[in-house]
Design a protein around this ligand. Structure first.
Ligand SMILES: Nc1ncnc2c1ncn2[C@@H]1O[C@H](COP(=O)(O)OP(=O)(O)OP(=O)(O)O)[C@@H](O)[C@H]1O
Ligand SMILES: [Mg+2]
Length: 334
């Protein structure tokens, strides 16, 4: 379809052109009509008709994107994010149409992400729930006896469910910016010792030795509860992935910008291609997905949120063996 004024970059100029052109054509028509002896009774309506036709032709494409946008917006409110507006003109309506399409892209992406999240969450919740259900049904039917082992297994699944729900709540609070930081000056060596002592029993269960190297009097300005959560997540991963008889080390050192905390284990490590992806929600390496004692893949994404909340950054170091996760924290609040 021809849209003669598509290239004109302003609606005002377009309207001006339409008025000038239709007036000129009408005038010329009237003059020609009068000169050729037609009465004004005929020339007037003819001129008006001509000017209407001209305006129709020139205004083509000026308002159709607006109508399309209204239709697309109605479709969006019904959940259809696939509609786009044809934006050919260069004026304000064209700009609006381009912005509208961009907004539709963003909304479609957010919607897809939301669906994926709901699917992931349901899947993660269903796994322990199904296990628990099977276990309890067997007990109720008398197929299995309520011996300590069966009950411990039920408790483990319940614990997994509770942990998952807590993690999801944390994530949603973090993403909504509802977790205020309560920073205070911390003595890192003491702080790390406390966290390590808490992790001692799970390390002993996995036959893993814990060690720390933190300079005395190295301090940090951080929220103790949140930094505790960061260390617990990293230690939990390291202990889980270290081999029996393996070692996990926590080190802290001052850097130019602030302090650097590292948690190292001598497990299989994370393949280079996965080192960034593991920080995404529900992201697990293939090895972790295949193992039965794995988590749900939320720990590192929570860790990244918490560290970034402190104005710091976290990454998996480029090591040939084992796994080292590095947390950089600025000296004071950003
Ligand atoms: N120290 C490590 N060694 C090897 N792989 C690791 C290590 N830490 C993390 N990973 C990989 O990164 C993935 C994501 O870790 P993350 O802590 O986010 O989740 P998770 O430990 O599987 O579950 P969650 O922490 O939610 O219980 C893990 O599933 C694992 O594949
Ligand atoms: Mg984890």
């Amino acid at each position: 379809m021809i849209r003669p004024l598509d290239r004109v970059p302003s609606i005002k100029v377009k309207l001006g052109l339409a008025v000038v052109l239709s007036l000129s054509v009408t005038l010329v028509g009237a003059v020609v009509g009068i000169k050729s002896g037609l009465r004004p009774r005929y020339t007037l309506p003819l001129g008006l008709l001509l000017s209407l036709l001209i305006v129709q032709l020139l205004a083509r494409g000026m308002t159709s994107p607006l109508r399309e946008m209204a239709d697309a917006a109605t479709a969006m409110s019904a959940g259809d994010y696939g509609r786009r507006v044809t934006a050919t003109s260069r004026d304000e309506v064209g700009e609006l149409a381009v912005a509208f399409n961009r907004m539709a892209d963003d909304l479609a992406a957010v919607d897809a992400q939301r669906r994926r999240l709901v699917a992931d969450v349901s899947h993660e919740l269903r796994t322990p729930l199904t296990a628990l259900q099977g276990l309890l049904e067997n007990l109720a039917d008398g197929v299995s006896t309520p011996d300590p082992e069966t009950l411990e297994s039920a408790v483990a699944q319940t614990r997994r469910l509770a942990r998952l729900v807590t993690q999801l709540l944390d994530l949603s609070r973090l993403e909504a910016g509802q977790l205020p930081l309560h920073r205070e000056p911390l003595q890192l060596s003491e702080f790390v010792d406390v966290v390590l002592r808490e992790a001692e029993s799970s390390a002993a269960q996995s036959d893993v030795t814990l060690s720390t190297s933190v300079p005395a009097r190295l301090g940090a300005d951080a929220d103790p509860e949140r930094l505790h959560q960061v260390l617990v997540n990293l230690l939990d991963n390291a202990i889980r992935h270290a081999p029996p008889g393996g070692r996990v080390a926590v080190t802290a050192e001052p850097t130019a910008q602030g302090i650097r905390l590292s948690v190292t284990d001598d497990g299989p490590g994370i393949p280079a291609a996965e080192r960034e992806r593991v920080f995404e929600r529900f992201a697990r390496t293939d090895a972790a997905r295949a193992s039965s004692n794995g988590g749900s893949g939320l720990g590192l994404s929570i860790t990244r949120w918490l560290v970034e909340l402190h104005g710091g950054s976290v990454h998996v170091a480029d090591t040939a063996q084992g796994c080292t996760v590095v947390v950089d924290l600025p000296r004071s609040a950003p």
